[in-house]
Design a protein around this ligand. Sequence first.
Ligand code: BDP
Length: 328
Amino acid sequence: MKLTRVLKAAAIAAAALLPWAPTPGQAQEWRGWNIHAADYPNGRGMDRFGELVMQRTNNRIRMRTYHSAQLGQQDEAIQQMRLGSIDFANFNLSPFNNLAPSTQVVTLPFLFRNVEHMQRAIDGVAGEEIAKDLEQIGIIALAWYDAGARSLYTVRPVRTPADVRGMKIRVQTSDLWIDLMRAMGANPTPLPFGEVFTSLQSGVIDGAENNWPSYESTRHFEVARFYTTTEHSNVPEVLAVGVQRWRRLNEQERNILRDAARESAAFQRQLWAEREQVSRRRVEAAGVTVIEITDRSPWAQLMEPVYQKYTGNNPRLSGMVQRIRELP
Ligand code: BDP
């Protein structure tokens, strides 16, 4: 008698853990993917998202974020989300370039004039198009996180495009990034984020490119001692959930998730702006040489073939570029 009760309780507990647990009211455990450490603005944003959802669903949806790429690198995590084994995540948009065409637009070099311009685009016209493309591949975009401007960092000083010639520079896994880096004159080397440090150390690559917080938090600055403020791309990030989970939510739950995601993005953006400054100060204090680029036109001029290749024969993408440029 007692044993049956125990077994019954165990069965109920097990059912609650199944991702397809259909009965409303049963607790669900959601797994979240984050490439960064828990204290990075994105990790804190995701934790905030989870807390809000948990509170507002009375603990029915319990979200746990696995930080520091515990569940793999981004390309694997995207596949896992499409298969339903990761339920929510914060992804950079560049690794979607080959899967969701409109993400290429926000990766394009020197497109955004500043952070406000990027936010207006991603919170409006660009975000709408990208959300449609992501949904096609099983990913539901809920809100957009900041990721600042990406700049080059290298083991030897870079002041002009001529200095980059022939250097092996790590890029994210995206054809657009390969072409962009080639247009700069470099030798692009696609690698997962988690392999950059050792590749710099062993000389497999001569440099990489990223924003201040990633350059600092990964300690890449210890091996690549020169940071050149090219600010060549401002690609934002998405807070997303997998379509398999999304389909099983009712409208009220979806609204809870959408609101929580937007609130977490406002929080992340605020933390982001602070962290950019803190990270810059930290690497400067550690003796990194910052090479300030004040005139970006010699760099921007080289990017014409990239625009031509990715938007030239594509009215949808060139239309997006135009609408983004027209934004105030
Ligand atoms: C960081 C992004 C992270 C990317 C990484 C990269 O936040 O999502 O994986 O760049 O370059 O800025 O791979």
